[in-house]
Ligand binder design. Structure first.
Ligand code: MN3
Length: 260
């Protein structure tokens, strides 16, 4: 999750660009776009972490000997870490926040294009159902963000990014795990993470989806989400401890004392 084109990078690029955004009053619609996509990316890192934790559940340490990234087991206790697939830590130099809106939006379009290419390759590499479900969902949502930055640039410069740089050329609808999300319109929606604060995003995110020709939509609430899966303890790496029942007993006593 911590590669140059991974979810840590999309989250932190849009977060810093929105924090650094000046003259918001005059050019608010583009701020609203970047800030809301940043908010969604926070959910994406949680989702990737949940998938990594799911995939590492029940893996024997013996089987991890040949893994290229052993820190998942040795340091991470079968959990996610902000590093790429080789174990190189995520790096703040992956953030591009230049102070020039058109430069940043162009960077973001390129970032989402690279992210989509990476996900398509991951999809081909894996057969674990959790990994494929994850890539299916993120391809769908990353596709929306790619379209969003393309629309922003089109409004500002007239350049049709989807025609100028049509990459990757594999349509979202070709991936089976994307189909349930396309059915519910997830490929068309940009979410607002406040019903009242970001209404100007509708001035930028509009028009037709370049792949399907359907109308793009702004939705005035956050995505629904789902109940997180409570994964079992992994006692061979002491996660949460070699005797998790002792911690559970302490938690029980603390709750009782707090009247919970
Ligand atoms: Mn994302």
């Amino acid at each position: 999750m911590g590669g140059k084109f991974g979810e840590m990078s999309t989250l932190m690029n849009y977060t810093f660009q929105s924090f650094n955004y000046r003259d918001r009053k005059s050019i608010r619609p583009f701020y609203d776009l970047i800030a809301n996509i940043a908010a969604e990316e926070y959910g994406h890192i949680e989702l990737v972490a949940a998938t990594i934790n799911t995939m590492l559940t029940g893996v024997k340490l013996d089987d991890a000997k040949d893994e290229p990234y052993k820190q998942h087991y040795l340091f991470g206790g079968k959990g996610a870490l902000p590093a790429d697939s080789h174990g190189k830590p995520w790096d703040g130099s992956y953030v591009h926040s230049s102070g020039d809106l058109i430069e940043d939006l162009t960077h973001n379009y390129f970032l989402e294009s690279g992210a989509r290419s990476g996900k398509l390759r991951v999809y081909e590499m894996v057969d674990h159902p959790a990994a494929r479900a994850l890539t299916g969902y993120l391809l769908c949502r990353g596709g929306v963000h790619q379209v969003a930055y393309a629309r922003a640039l089109e409004h500002l410069t007239g350049a049709n990014m989807s025609k100028l740089f049509p990459t990757p050329r594999i349509e979202t609808s070709k991936i089976p795990e994307c189909k349930p999300h396309i059915k519910t319109g997830e490929h068309l929606k940009l979410y607002m993470f406040s019903p009242s604060d970001y209404k100007e995003v509708a001035a930028v995110f509009n028009g037709k989806h370049p792949e399907t020709g359907e109308d793009l939509q702004v939705v005035d609430h956050a995505p629904e989400g789902f109940e997180p899966v409570d994964l079992p303890a992994e006692t061979d790496v002491f996660a949460p401890d070699y005797a998790p029942e002792e911690i559970a007993e302490i938690a029980k006593k603390l709750k009782k004392a707090a009247g919970i």
